[in-house]
Each structure stands twice: as C-alpha cells, then as structure tokens.
Design a protein. Structure first.
Lengths: 501, 299
C-alpha cells in the first residue's frame, strides 16, 4: 500500500485495497480510512493498527458531525413534541370506571370554611367508589361573581357554589343560575321540609320567582360579649341589655381610655368598612327606615330615620366615646380583647371557641321602635353548564349535603332551614355550646333585614364595605359629609336602581 | 459562516430551517397572546359597556367622560401621585444612604448588606401583612417605640390623614433593596483617583460627596427614579392587603380602583377606560422624564 490508497475492512475481518472498495460508509461494519504516513508504530500491527486508529478517529468525527446535526433538529422536534404531548393525551383516560367530578366553588374562608371542608370530605368519603366526587376550589368572595360569570361565558363554569340569597338577581335574570324547581323534584329533594320563609328568600319574584338556591343556613347578626370584661366591670355575665340605653350604659362601664383616647371599646367598631355600615343598617331599620318599599318601587323610605341612625353611630365615637375608629381588623380585635361587644354572625363561633375566648352571644337589643337585626341566608346554587346532563348529578350531591347538614348548622355556621334537622332532640346540645349558639337560633325570629332582590341588590346590601352605600357612609364616619347630604345621595342612587329594574 | 448541514441554504433550494423561528416563537407567541392582544382588547373595551354576560355595547366616549367626572377616579389618581411623591424620594435617599454605609466597609457592613436587600426578595403581600401588625394603632411595634419618645399612638392605617403614609412606609421598606444594590454597584465603580485628587485639593468628605460622588451616581439615580415612579404608579398589593383603599378611599390607588371596578363590580368597560387613562398618565410622565434627561445630557 502506498499513501493515498484506501483500505477497507469488512465485519468478517477480510479486507481489500483499492478504490473499488470505497462504497458508502456504514458505521457497523465498514470502515473506510485513508492510509497516511505516520510515525513509528508497533511493528506487530503496523499500518493496520494505525489505520484502525485513524478509522476510529474518522468514525468519531462522523459520529460527532452526525450528532451535532441531529441534536439541533431533534432538539427542536423534541421540544415541539413535549409541548404538544399534554394536548395529544388530554382526555384519553384508560377505560376504567369514570368518576364524575363535580366542581364546587366556595368563598368560605373564615373558621366556617374548615367545617364546610369537612362536609365535602364526608360526601367524598360516602361516595368513594360510587362514581362521583366533589372537587372544591376556594375563590375570594369579592371576586366570586366575576369569576363565575367569566367561567360561564367560557363554558367552564363550576357545577355549584355558595350564594347569598337576594344578591343574585342579575345572575338569575341572565340565566347564569339554573332554576332548581324541576331538578329538585327529579332527585327527590323534599322542599316541604324547608322553612317557608327560607324558600321565599331563595326566589326572585321579579324574575320568574324560580327557586335559585337550596337554602343551607340562616344567619343573623347578634352581639358577642366578652364575659371577662363584664366580670371586671362588676356586671352580671348572664344578662345583657334589651334596649339602646342599657347597651350604652354597659358600653361606658367596660370602655377603657388612655389619655382621652379609647384603647378598649365598649362597643367594637371600625372607622370604615362593613361594620359601621351594617350597624347603621340595623339601627336604621329599627328606627323605621326602609331601604326599599315592599313593592320595590320607592327607595329610602323614611329618610329621617336613616339620618338618625347615622347620628347614633357617630355618637358612639364622638359623644359617648365607647368606640374608636382605630381598629384595623374587627375579628382580631375582639379575639384579642380590644372590645367588649361585637355584633357579628355565627361564622365566627368556631374560631373564637377554638381559641377558648370567654364569650357568649346575646340577642340584639331594641335600639329603635322595633327589634330587628340583619338577616342573611346562605345556599347552594347551580350554574349554567354546556352539558345540561350534569345538573341531575350535581343536584343529587347538593341534596346529600343539605340532608346531611347537621354538622354545618351546629358547628359551622347558622341555623338550619330544615324542619327535620331543627326537630332533632340533639340539635340544641350538639355542636357549640348553646351559650354561644343559642342567640343565633332564637334571634332568627326578628332577623328580617335581608337583601333587596333586585339587579342592583349588591348596592343595597348593608353587609358590605365597598359598595355605594358603604363608600357614601364612610364619608360620614370620617366627618367629610353630613348625614343629610349622604342620605340624599343614597336615596337618589337607590331610586335610580329601582327604576332600572 | 454557516455550520455544515445547517440547512439555511439547502442544496435543493427548497428547505428551510425553522429552528430559529421556533426559538423566537417561545417569547413572541406568549407576548402576542397575553400582552399585546389583551392590551388592544382593553382599549376597545374602554369604549363599551360590558358585564361579561352578553356582548359589549358600544357607548363611545361615555366611559371616559364618566371617569373624568368621577370624584373617586380623581381621588385615586391624586393618591397615586402622592404615593410617587412619598415613595420615590424615600427609596432614593434611604437606598443611597444604606449603600454609602455598606460602601464604607464599617463594622457590620457585610451583615447590613444582607439585611438591607432581604425585604426585596419577599412578596408584597407578605410585606403588607407584616406591616399591618407593625403599624397597628394599639399594639403595633412602631407606636410602642414611638411611645418611648413621648409620641402618642398614630392611627397609621385607620385614619385618612395617615393611611397613605402607612402604606408608603411598607412600600419604601420593600423597594429599598433594589435601589440599595444599584447604588452600591455604582459606588464600587467610582474611580478613587478623583477622591484622592479632591482630597489633595482640600475638599472635605461632604464636598467630595457632593462634587465627586453624586455626579458619578447621576445615571443610577435617574434609573432608580424612573423605576420607582413606574412602580409607584402601579402600586396595588400593599394597598389591597393593608387598607383595601380605606378609610374612605384615602389610600386607594388607581390600580386598586380599577380592580374594584372590574373584578368586584364587573364593570369591565369602565375599568378599561380608567386603565387607558392610567396608561396615558404613565406615558406622559415617562416622556417628560426622558425630555428632562435629554436636556441635561445636552447641557
């Protein structure tokens, strides 16, 4: 062989020299290499060893070249395949028994949320292996409606969610909420077992009077009282005032001041937000103010009573000095002993009981001409689905939750709307101590200040910190607006809303 | 020089290498889908009334007219302007002061470097929640320490006079870290010969700072100011967590107002109109700033 000759070996070990043996390069059996003049070599192998070494280098180079070409394109292809994989395999579940997953949105985030989670877990446990499970997702309350609307529009609405009676008129009108009369019958939900008042609250007379939710619990605002403060002031911890004068007396006895500033409130308030708004709403209703007439045609009936109620709230801060505007978080404030009397709902009981606060619940006193307090009803509503076949399965799940709501209505939150549950002999003894729970059950008899069932209902609600009512009243609490001016603006806004339907 | 077999110019003349396009697409597609398209949609939405259900109804400039006449919108813009006036100087001055302290390599400067930057790595929500407790009127630490100085409890978050300041304090504390790092880097880049020359000429520390250090830091100060102005005009998390705009809107920023209008009240058309107004405001501020900088550079 001379330099320039080509040499090839075959897998059988035979080789030949010559241009004819060039052929295509095959990595597995043929090595084509050039014979090159090289330095001293092992005589046993001579040129063959050199050639094989050179061949290995060539093969390596070719492999490297090929690998280099391969990695750019194949990397791009692999990345494309990886991106597409989830879409290709979506929905291709193996042919095992398919479980219907009912999607539930909840905004319960206080201590009541823990009990509701237990209720959902109990459903899932009871239906394990039966082909239906509930998947609960938490959505912040103030974003709830917007997210439901967006989800319905995109066809991915949750199957059911928590609602507040009277605040969903627009959703009922737009068909976002599913009417439940027929589907409730189909699954055998016994509507006769429900309190008639609760069922009435679940309907919207202006929009077909359909049943828009399955009532789950009835709530009212009642005062929680820190008993340690009463004992400290030498007051009887088993008694609570029945009227406004007695309430102010108790508040003055338990208020603490430092340097002329209230550091512990006799009546816990905040300077803005929900609390002063709902306080005004309750007191105004007690004094004879009506947010809307019973025929929903006139707004702000008896405005003088509304103005008087604003002055009553202002007097708590400025005249009687039994409250301070400087409370940032009213729930925490009561839990840490910064206030003696705090009217709130039964959704707080779990938290204060867990922290072993020494407190009791009493009935809201009569500050005006009649005894009234805020009423709120929570319930489960079904949302419009692309597949109407889901309604029955969802309603069956809701029926189960309602039939098994004993835990929810004794530990979780408000009073049960179900006669059969109320009639249970252990209803009063189960759950939280009657000392903290009883007032919320017995107080339902005068909890009549509910929601206004019109499209602009959210603007009428007294339990809000951000609606038109709350924002207008905040100006009053801050001294930037007179009660008369605020009342005029509120009346004008509400009248426009009623006229709009 | 093209790598062998790259395919850019295929021998058969018909093949293309789409690899480059694919890599560019990873940024471009999401940008188009999640930035540009929603931006254009929002601008169109500003001329409509839409409550999510049903089609948007064209209302022309009604939303803009309402926004310009709405006292709550004016209040939100004014509060945002005040936030910028409070936070920007606070971050610049304190950031520079902390950077100078660390740059001197005095005792504890290494520990200080970590402590000054740490708030920046925590989320705004956590910062807000912590400062709600620190600024509590009755049992907050800040008022407790102020009491030692004989200062009475300040209602940081519950008074209309103080709520904006309370939120600004938390924001300054959070934003300080980035400004501190930028200033420190600029200080470390400062040529020491200028200081030596100034010292030889008899300049004291303060004069050297004013006439040597500050001019050197001018580009960094300009950058920090620009970043902070934009961040202040977009302030939301701290407002939402600490005060939710209360009391009576005294701490409500424009973004918070837009959130309330769009997400809570689902008035998307009106919220979009206010968003467009905010965009224009930020654009004007940015252009003004660039004009000023150009004039200074030209001078």
């Amino acid at each position: 062989m001379t330099p320039g000759d080509s040499f090839s070996t075959r897998s059988d070990g035979t080789g030949s020299v010559g241009a004819a043996d060039h052929g295509a390069i095959r990595h597995d059996s043929v090595v084509v290499c050039q014979v090159r003049p090289i330095g001293p070599i092992d005589s046993r192998f001579g040129r063959g060893r050199a050639a094989v070494t050179e061949g290995r280098r060539d093969r390596g180079r070719q492999a490297m070249d090929t690998k280099w070409r391969w990695s750019r394109r194949s990397l791009a292809r692999a990345m494309g395949a990886a991106a597409a994989a989830p879409f290709l395999f979506h929905g291709r579940a193996p042919h095992a028994q398919r479980t219907i997953e009912i999607v539930h949105w909840s905004w319960l985030a206080a201590s009541d949320g823990e009990i509701w989670q237990q209720s959902i877990d109990a459903f899932n446990e009871a239906h394990k292996g039966k082909g239906v499970q509930i998947k609960m997702e938490l959505v912040p309350e103030e974003q709830f409606v917007t997210k439901v609307l967006a989800a319905v529009v995109t066809g991915r609405a949750p199957d059911f969610g928590w609602g507040t009676a009277g605040l969903r008129a627009k959703l009922v009108k737009d068909g976002v909420i599913v009417p439940l009369d027929d589907v409730a019958k189909k699954v055998g939900l016994d509507l006769a077992d429900f309190d008639p008042f609760a069922l009435q609250q679940a309907r919207y007379p202006k929009y077909g009077n359909v049943l828009a939710m399955v009532p789950m619990d009835l709530m009212s605002l009642q005062p929680l009282v820190n008993l340690a403060h009463l004992k400290e002031a030498g007051l009887d911890p088993t008694k609570f005032p029945e009227d406004g004068a007695g309430l102010l007396e108790l508040a003055k006895a338990t208020t603490k001041k430092e340097g002329g500033k209230v550091v512990r409130s006799g009546i816990l308030m905040t300077g803005s937000g929900v609390h002063p708004t709902v306080t005004w709403g309750i007191v105004a209703a007690q004094m004879g103010f009506e947010r809307a007439s019973s025929d929903l045609k006139r707004a702000a009936v008896n405005p003088k009573a509304g103005i008087a109620a604003m002055e009553w709230v202002l007097d708590l801060f400025d005249k009687h000095q039994v409250a301070t505007r400087d409370v940032t978080d009213r729930y925490k404030a009561f839990g840490t002993g910064q206030g003696t009397v705090f009217w709130t709902g039964p959704w707080t009981l779990n938290g204060y009981t867990q922290q072993k606060l020494d407190f009791a619940a009493f009935l809201f006193p009569k500050i005006g001409q009649k005894r009234v307090t805020y009423f709120e009803m929570g319930g489960l509503e079904l949302y419009k689905q692309a597949d109407a076949g889901r309604y029955e399965a969802t309603m069956a799940a809701v029926k189960w939750l309602s039939d098994n709501s004993f835990l929810w209505t004794t530990v979780g939150r408000g009073a049960s709307p179900r006669k059969s549950i109320l009639a249970r002999p252990d209803y009063k003894t189960a759950g939280h101590d009657w000392k903290v729970r009883g007032a919320f059950i017995e107080g339902m008899s005068f909890a009549t200040e509910g929601e206004i069932p019109v499209q602009a209902g959210p603007d009428f609600t007294i339990y809000s910190g951000g609606n038109f009512l709350a924002k207008t009243l905040e100006q009053v609490w801050a001294g930037k607006s007179k009660p008369e001016e605020a009342m005029a603006r509120i009346g004008e806004h509400w009248q426009k809303a009623l006229d709009a339907g | 020089m093209r790598a062998a077999g790259s395919g850019w110019q295929a021998e058969d003349g018909g093949r293309r290498d789409w690899t480059g396009w694919l890599f560019v697409a990873f940024f471009t597609l999401p940008f188009l889908l999640f930035n540009l398209a929603p931006l254009l949609f929002g601008v169109v939405l500003a001329f409509t009334e839409w409550g999510i259900i049903g089609d948007p109804v064209w209302v022309g400039t009604a939303n803009f007219e309402q926004a310009l006449a709405d006292p709550w919108v004016a209040n939100a813009f004014w509060n945002t302007f005040l936030y910028a006036c409070t936070i920007v100087p606070g971050v610049v001055v304190l950031g520079l002061a902390f950077a100078l302290f660390v740059h001197q390599r005095w005792p504890l400067s290494t520990l200080a470097r970590t402590l000054f930057f740490t708030p920046n790595v925590v989320s705004a929500t956590v910062i807000g929640l912590v400062w709600v407790w620190l600024l509590d009127t009755q049992f907050g630490l800040v008022n407790r320490y102020l009491a030692f100085l004989g200062i009475g409890p300040i209602p940081w978050l519950t008074s209309g006079d103080w709520s904006l300041i309370g939120v600004s304090i938390a924001s300054i504390w959070w934003d300080l870290g980035l400004a501190f790092v930028l200033f420190l880097a600029a200080l470390q880049d400062e040529p020491q010969e200028l200081h030596e020359a100034a010292a030889i000429d008899g300049a004291g520390r303060i004069r050297r700072f004013l006439h040597v250090t500050l001019p050197h830091l001018r580009p960094t100060i300009s950058m920090v100011v620009t970043l902070q102005i934009i961040a202040s005009m977009r302030i939301f998390s701290q407002v939402y967590v600490m005060t939710n705009g209360a009391p009576h809107g005294s701490s409500q920023s424009v973004i918070h107002y837009i959130y309330q209008t769009a997400i809570v009240q689902y008035r998307l058309g009106y919220a979009s109109a206010v968003s467009v107004l905010l965009f224009l405001a930020i654009l004007v501020v940015t252009l003004l700033q660039r004009l000023l900088l150009r004039e200074r550079a030209g001078g």
